[in-house]
Design a binder for this molecule. Structure first.
Ligand SMILES: Cn1cc(C(=O)NCCN2CCCC2)ccc1=O
Length: 115
């Protein structure tokens, strides 16, 4: 709801909620492909294809070092993980399916916590 969104945008409460949400994402059974940066030496083509890599450990570091101004900038980075995954992986693949599962989980949870 609009008022709630405005209230949470600027408060530390919004970013504290992001820490809760990030912990849930990292604990999810399908999070394994996204926990650390993709090793582009081990994954041919990744560095060329994916211009803005992102992963949960990078988001955690950015949260801890206060690099997110509000929860919306946090959401942008989480969605980048899922967009990168869809771009690089077949839908019908282990990692592709993990990405879809994580996106469905995330969309539901942030709506519950931040809207
Ligand atoms: C998101 N993503 C991840 C990979 C990947 O290989 N991740 C490593 C997965 N392993 C888990 C235990 C050790 C490493 C490849 C393409 C991709 O889009």
């Amino acid at each position: 709801e609009k008022k709630a969104r405005l209230a949470q945008d600027s408060t530390t409460k919004g970013l504290a909620t992001c820490r809760v949400l990030l912990a849930e994402l990292e604990a999810h059974q399908d999070a394994w492909p996204f926990l650390t940066p993709v090793n582009h030496k081990a994954v041919p083509g990744y560095r060329k294809v994916i211009k803005k890599p992102m992963d949960f450990s990078t988001i955690r570091e950015k949260l801890i070092t206060n690099q997110y101004s509000n929860w919306e900038t946090f959401i942008v980075d989480v969605n980048l993980i899922f967009e990168n995954c869809e771009r690089f992986n077949e839908d019908d693949s282990e990692i592709g399916r993990a990405g879809h599962s994580m996106r469905i989980f995330f969309d539901k949870r942030w709506a519950e916590l931040l809207m």
